[in-house]
Ligand binder design. Structure first.
Ligand SMILES: NC(=O)c1ccc[n+]([C@@H]2O[C@H](COP(=O)([O-])OP(=O)(O)OC[C@H]3O[C@@H](n4cnc5c(N)ncnc54)[C@H](O)[C@@H]3O)[C@@H](O)[C@H]2O)c1
Length: 441
């Protein structure tokens, strides 16, 4: 029987504007992909919201609608796009330079892509050392820049006729920052913007602008951005969903599948060496040690939380975990993520596993951008505010409420996501107990 709770979800009326900070490989692959799907020339493979189903009730009921038919999501036909980038290329030129999609997916939609021109960015080279941009905003203070971003948001809304907006950071990874006094309250944050405090990175200006304009914000890079008390409080006060950090795509996605399997079988882990070679602009930016540090923290965190060395010191108390990213131009966006995993079993005998993932970074990230845009919009219409932990499924370093450790196991994250959808729609949670199939009353 359906549970009584659930949420009133406002219908997805009108257009949804997806605002992207960054119009690089991921953003253009996402936009071009959506347009191809809309024209019937490709399938939205990798998107749970578009291809996934959700089981409802008992297995014997055989109810498994598509997610997009079960919850009221915006339709792909209703999406409109806008972006900021310090590089002035329109979406067509940016996509060509990124070299991810073949002409068959770009040429027929060239006019559509050319019409998406990036707005001047709030950009500061101190935070992304390997980039220089000409399409940038000028302002005396960081607060001026944030106000200009707010004006852009209002203009996009008017120009596009969008009823609702969401913003996603798909821009370069910024240098490593930790939360400090400037991030503790809105007052301190606003003062820091006025004083051009280095603690305020450009990505934070976008997040602040979004929240001040009632726009949900998701962070696809590992930067600190919205993972600070001042902006979390702002999101809660204004009843807006936020989330991050760092799209979980290739190597880390595999790590959060394999590590839970070792732990489930109580197999020990001695070491995990992960290396990557990639040659896109993201790789070039991550070649800077300060941007790499931000990414490294994000990639390293997952094992510690999954394996719980405190609880299993004999199995996971002495793991050597190393992550490297090497910029190697010939590979372009086609990254190779190589893992050597040293595990041990019964009586301590060692074994090895090698994983060589010849992946395509932006092909894996684009459907995540789509799902996040649709689910953050859903969250807002359902009145969910603050950190959306149920969307951890999509992130390498999921934000959580203070005092909670993040859940990294991909399948726990999936269960959490689907149970949240069931809960929103007043359907029963699935516990996988199933004893009733065997014990007749
Ligand atoms: N592709 C993946 O699998 C994946 C996974 C996790 C995270 N990410 C992250 O997603 C982000 C985008 O990746 P990508 O491959 O598209 O990189 P990219 O370099 O192709 O695109 C990023 C774009 O952001 C722009 N940019 C930099 N600073 C900006 C600012 N302040 N405002 C607006 N735009 C700005 C750059 O000019 C560039 O065009 C990166 O941070 C990357 O680390 C990607």
């Amino acid at each position: 029987m359906a549970q009584q709770y659930g949420r009133d979800v406002a219908p997805a009326k009108g257009k949804l504007g997806v605002m992207l900070a960054g119009l690089g490989a991921v953003s253009t692959t996402f936009i071009a992909g959506v347009e191809n799907v809309r024209r019937g020339t490709a399938l939205p493979i990798g998107s749970l919201s578009q291809m996934g189903t959700i089981r409802l009730g008992k297995r014997t009921e055989k109810r498994a609608p598509k997610i997009k038919e079960f919850v009221p999501l915006a339709r792909l036909e209703d999406l409109v796009f806008a972006a900021w980038d310090p590089i002035p290329d329109d979406a067509y030129s940016a996509a060509k330079k990124a070299g991810v999609l073949e002409p068959q997916h770009l040429e027929p939609i060239a006019d559509f892509l050319k019409a998406i021109k990036p707005m001047p960015a709030a950009f500061d080279q101190n935070y992304v050392k390997r980039l220089t941009g000409t399409n940038v905003k000028r302002g005396k203070t960081k607060r001026d820049l944030a106000e200009q971003l707010r004006q852009d948001i209002r203009d996009v809304k008017k120009r596009s006729g969008a009823d609702r907006l969401v913003m996603i950071w798909a821009a370069s990874t910024e240098v490593f920052l930790t939360a400090g006094p400037a991030h503790q309250s809105l007052q301190a944050f606003e003062r820091a913007m006025e004083e051009n405090d280095p603690a305020i990175a450009p990505s934070m200006l976008y997040a602040y602008a979004a929240l001040m304009e009632n726009v949900p914000f998701a962070n696809g890079a590992p930067n600190l951005t919205v993972d600070v008390p001042a902006l979390q409080r702002l999101a809660e006060d204004r009843r807006l969903p936020i989330g991050g950090k760092d799209f979980k795509t290739g190597q880390t996605m595999m790590k959060t599948v394999l590590a839970p399997a070792f732990k489930a079988r109580m197999l020990g882990l001695a070491g995990w060496y992960s290396t990557n070679i990639l040659g896109n602009r993201d790789g070039e930016v991550l070649d800077d040690p300060e941007s790499f540090k931000t990414k490294e923290e994000s990639k390293l965190g997952v094992l510690e939380y999954i394996l719980q060395p405190d609880q299993y010191p004999e199995l996971y108390g002495n793991v050597f975990h190393k992550v490297r990213i090497n910029y190697y131009p010939p590979r372009g966006d086609n990254k190779e993520g190589w893992d050597n995993i040293d595990i041990f079993g019964w009586l301590g005998y060692p074994m090895q596993i090698k994983v060589d993932f010849l992946c395509r970074d932006s092909i894996l990230a684009a459907p995540i951008v789509l799902d996040l845009a649709l689910f953050f919009d859903l969250a807002q219409r359902a009145g969910l505010s603050g950190i959306q932990e149920w969307l951890s499924f999509y992130f390498k370093s999921p934000q959580t409420a203070p005092g909670l450790y993040p859940e990294h196991d991909l399948f726990i994250q999936q269960t959490k996501l689907k149970n949240t959808l069931r809960w929103l729609m007043g359907e029963e949670q699935i516990t996988h107990l199933g004893i009733e199939y065997y014990e007749k009353a």
